[in-house]
Design a protein around this ligand. Sequence first.
Ligand SMILES: Nc1ncnc2c1ncn2[C@@H]1O[C@H](COP(=O)(O)OP(=O)(O)OP(=O)(O)O)[C@@H](O)[C@H]1O
Ligand SMILES: [Mg+2]
Length: 153
Amino acid sequence: MVSTKKLFDICDNNDKKITNDNENAQQISEIGNIEFKNISFGYSLDKNVFENLNLTIEHNKFNAFCGYSGGGKSTILNLLLKLYEPKSGVILMNSKNIREWTTKSIINKVGYVGQDSIVFDETVRDNIQVGIDDILSAQQIDSLMEKVNGRDV
Ligand SMILES: Nc1ncnc2c1ncn2[C@@H]1O[C@H](COP(=O)(O)OP(=O)(O)OP(=O)(O)O)[C@@H](O)[C@H]1O
Ligand SMILES: [Mg+2]
């Protein structure tokens, strides 16, 4: 349970850091090798999805995670995108703890099509623009929309 005041405080304070980036986190320019080292994680305190998971995802290799529903495939992505933090263990990206890389720079390098797509009740253009307006200018987005015949949607 969170007080409404606290929620509004967070929404109003654009400067406040609400990511789990380290103080001096840097921007990652290219994602190389990724390693999960002894990762234990669960969404609740009493139940873990992973216990001491060790995994290496090599740069420039095609990797696929296969497994039963609820096995933890999407959870691996959630941890990589720093949407959740491991209970223990460390995730390395380019040999550095992902906490040393800014969440924003990681997210900007990952193309993620989730199972449940979130589409905001706005124009297609607005949906494309969310979160990338510092990467693509309004003109670049216009030109993109033009190419896919989406100028008016
Ligand atoms: N946001 C969440 N909060 C609480 N529990 C969750 C959450 N997301 C997933 N889980 C639970 O964590 C476990 C792993 O789920 P996950 O979605 O990673 O599996 P998956 O391998 O991607 O499954 P699927 O093949 O159905 O996509 C499951 O028991 C699931 O119910
Ligand atoms: Mg999944």
